[in-house]
Design a protein around this ligand. Structure first.
Ligand code: G1P
Length: 295
């Protein structure tokens, strides 16, 4: 391991309105929609925990209180489970509970963009590097995306942005990076552009929603400069930081599902259900029949 400061904290911006999932998200935060039997946010927190993260920082907003409740003890439920000797369920719940004091919550009061949401975490994160995980994206791979990033970070230090390849005609939907010289386990990032106009993207490597950032990003985000979509963009802030600090790209190889969109959410449910042996045996044949009927 190099001289870099240990990565202890992860930030989860969960203030998004989830308009793509109305009417479901009128009363339920999109991060609480379930993939098989766990809310989307649990997959993302598990990925951070697998990577060694010790403190979980949630940037919430109005109507998102249930996320805070989810990461707490549910006293009545647990008493009932105890009285009924439901030990497997009790063990499951306690295994998912963050250690007392290891989760922090603060609100982004207005939806001013991802850069603004990240800036809201500045006092809780303080002067140390931090992981950032966008909760819409959940991933499947031999190794969690953030775990692979931490391994690269332990060699390179600096800032790391995870990327994947997209079809060139999809690049305008994402942050796109320019690819420079190869590093062990990654590459140097030469440029970054948020939602490039069609035909102008520097590559087809898109930012997939996982970052390791140095705390100097907060000072840059404080200027609250607006970018694409008139929002305070994290990508623009990173571009400024890249003038003074290294940015490496980590090429994640696995399956990523955008659970903020209906297709990604449905595919995630099918993919994670099929991984579970108990469920697979029940759904494999009916699923095949549904697909066969399409022809
Ligand atoms: C955000 C980031 C973008 C990234 C994307 C991944 O955009 O700004 O760089 O590629 O997440 O999901 P959003 O999806 O919030 O528009």
């Amino acid at each position: 391991m190099g001289q870099q400061k240990k990565l202890r904290k992860a930030v989860f911006p969960v203030a998004g309105l989830g308009t793509r999932f109305l009417p479901a998200t009128k009363a339920v935060p999109k991060e609480m929609l379930t993939v098989v039997d766990k809310p989307v946010i649990q997959y993302v927190v598990d990925e951070a925990a697998e990577a060694g993260i010790e403190h979980f920082v949630f940037i919430t907003g109005r109507g998102k209180g249930v996320i805070e409740d989810y990461f707490d003890i549910q006293f009545e439920l647990e008493q009932t489970l105890k009285a009924r000797n439901k030990n497997a369920e009790l063990t499951l719940l306690s295994g998912l509970l963050p250690v007392a004091g290891s989760a922090s919550f603060t609100r982004q009061q207005e939806p001013l963009g991802l850069g603004h949401a990240v800036w809201c975490s500045r006092d809780i994160v303080g002067q140390e590097p931090f992981a950032l995980l966008l909760p819409d994206m959940i991933m499947r791979g031999d190794k969690g995306c953030m775990k692979g990033m931490v391994e690269l970070y332990n060699k390179t230090g600096g800032n790391i942005v995870a990327v994947e390849e997209c079809a060139p005609d999809q690049a305008h939907k994402y942050g796109i990076v320019g690819v420079g010289e190869a590093l062990e386990g990654g590459f140097k990032i030469t440029e970054m552009v948020e939602k490039p106009a069609k035909g102008t993207a520097p590559s087809n490597f898109f930012i997939n929603g996982r970052y390791i950032l140095q705390p100097e990003i907060f000072k840059i985000l404080e200027t609250q400069e607006r970018g694409a979509g008139n929002e305070i963009q994290l990508t623009d802030g990173m571009l400024k930081l890249a003038k003074h600090q290294d940015f490496a790209g980590y090429h994640f190889k696995g399956d990523t599902y955008d659970c903020g969109a209906k297709d990604g959410f449905i595919l995630a449910n099918v993919a994670f259900a099929i991984e579970r042996e108990d469920i697979r045996s029940q759904i494999e044949e009916p699923l095949k029949a549904i697909l066969a009927a399409l022809k």
